[in-house]
Design a protein around this ligand. Structure first.
Ligand code: BTN
Length: 251
């Protein structure tokens, strides 16, 4: 069960790092580390995660998956965060591949998954979750403010944090349960149905050195983005993509 053991910290550098240390020391699957503040919060692609005291939910979950194919775990976590927000606040969020949780075009939560391998199998995975909860507009650093929002800003009132936490552990149980049971199609279908840019829409995918335009065809079982471009199918990994934008394909 997710959250059967919870370590609550006032402050740490990164809950993912604390969770990794605990995992290496043998902590069991489902163990959660949650902090009120992070001094070195980490995001995807080597970016930081703004983690001011008392503003966000900063949590990491230790998992010990029995499966080798862990690629869909971050997608399952994104779905769980979206469900938990709905359950606790009523807000409908969407997902921006690979696993940003978005409300009306602005990012409200993110997931950073980090795995340690023994040979080709994961000995543990740490799934880090950051949700913007009590931020006011001026709480975000200037560089992320235009693209970010919080539950408080979306609701125009302070959300119930205890309810959000309880909903998160519950939703993670549901989606990690599906993952453990091998229900890949359920994860892929749900993820596709909540995409900000829906399956069938035209998008421009920006990579480090070039961009490619095409029609979004969904996600494959390795959580890669399926893009049809000039009659060819491209399978794109999160690591190679900078951003995805809507696009009007020429007729
Ligand atoms: C992203 O860039 O979208 C992922 C953000 C993940 C942030 C969370 S906060 C809790 C955990 N600890 C970290 O240092 N990062 C993750």
């Amino acid at each position: 069960m997710i959250g059967s053991t919870i370590y609550r910290l006032a402050v740490c550098a990164s809950t993912n790092d604390v969770a990794k240390t605990l995992a290496q020391a043998g902590a069991e699957t489902g163990t959660v580390v949650i902090a009120d503040e992070q001094t070195g919060g980490r995001g995807t692609k080597g970016r930081g995660w703004h983690s001011a005291k008392g503003r966000g939910l900063y949590a990491s979950v230790i998992l010990r998956p029995q499966r080798r194919d862990i690629a869909l775990l971050p997608a399952a976590a994104g779905l769980a965060v979206s469900d938990a927000i709905k359950l606790a606040t009523g807000l409908e969020t969407r997902l921006k591949w690979p696993n940003d949780v978005v409300w009306h075009g602005r990012k409200i939560a993110g997931v950073l998954s980090e795995a340690a391998f023994l040979g080709s199998a994961a000995s543990y995975v740490v799934v880090g979750i950051g949700i913007n909860v009590r931020h006011g507009r001026r709480d975000f650093p200037a560089e992320i403010a235009p693209a970010a929002t919080s539950l408080r800003l979306a609701l125009r009132r302070l959300p119930d944090t205890a309810k959000l936490e309880a909903a998160l552990w519950q939703a993670l149980d549901v989606w990690f349960g599906k993952f453990a049971a091998g229900k890949k199609r359920d994860i892929i279908d749900a993820f596709e149905s909540r995409l900000v840019y829906p399956v069938g829409s035209a998008v421009k995918v920006e990579r480090e050195k070039e961009s490619v335009t095409g029609t979004l065809r969904g996600l494959d079982a390795q959580a890669r983005l399926i893009l049809e471009s000039d009659g060819r199918i491209l399978l794109l990994t999160a690591a190679e993509i900078v951003t995805i934008l809507p696009y009007s394909l020429p007729r």
